[in-house]
Design a binder for this molecule. Sequence first.
Ligand code: NCD
Length: 305
Amino acid sequence: MRHLLTTETLDRAAIESLLDSADEFLDVLHRPIPKVPALRGKTVATLFFEPSTRTRMSFEKAAKALSADTMSFSPSTSSLKKGESLKDTVLTIHAMGVDCMVVRHEATGAAWRVAEWVDVPVINGGDGAHQHPTQALLDCLTIRQRFGGLDGLRIAIVGDVRHSRVARSDVFAMATLGAEITLIAPPTLLPLDTTGWPVGTSCNLDDVLTEFDVVYLLRVQAERGGASVFPSNAEYRERFGMTRERMSRLKPDTVVLHPGPMIRGIEIDAAVADDPRCLVLGQVTNGVAVRMSALYHLMGGVPVE
Ligand code: NCD
């Protein structure tokens, strides 16, 4: 594996090997000194052209836990404001000497373009509504921890699937690990075409609610037009929100996941977000370990003791 751009081309062995190393890195993160010298002397650059709290900080923490140096680029205070292009920005940062680039951009395919311009590994930290592979890996790790594996699990992905790079990455990774996936959304928020996707679909959450082991909630992506295709937030919550009442109807061992940022009161009620069966903070912790694993695999880290 030279880059990590999409989950569509990852086979089961590749995903399992990334998750197995993530498990080892979770142990490292629980040591009194949560750091190993695996990437000493290397530099990871994070180039986030779209807002991020979790993904960016998690990559920084992951790189530092592997003893790599980090550099981060912020579009609002950069020469992009003076008109510099994406390509010149990337080549400039690359010329400073970096060993890996993590890229988030609103344009589909941006990370692939970057990978053509540079000779270091590129990790896609989210490209438009297209892919977000490390999110899918951390979601799979979280589910595997809880259930021992994904084979035969029934997973619902609920919400703005149409505009979700998280859903696109999760569907392929989870199906490759053997899960059975149902996308649940109003028709206007389902993808226009799911040909080739290993999924079923439903437009009625209440009809199918009790069938799942995992309910994965998505934020409505207002910035990509998601909020303009249903009447109001209240109506969305009424039909597709994970309310306390819906939570009480799930099977007792069903868990709720969310990639964050959560919008309490729309796709998830505050009581659900704070319930122990909502694994959102565990997902965040796992995210650091998964990103350590991705950096380690791509950058040729020295073996960890
Ligand atoms: C998501 C993203 O930016 O794709 N968040 C994340 O990375 N954890 C999902 C979202 O913004 O709703």
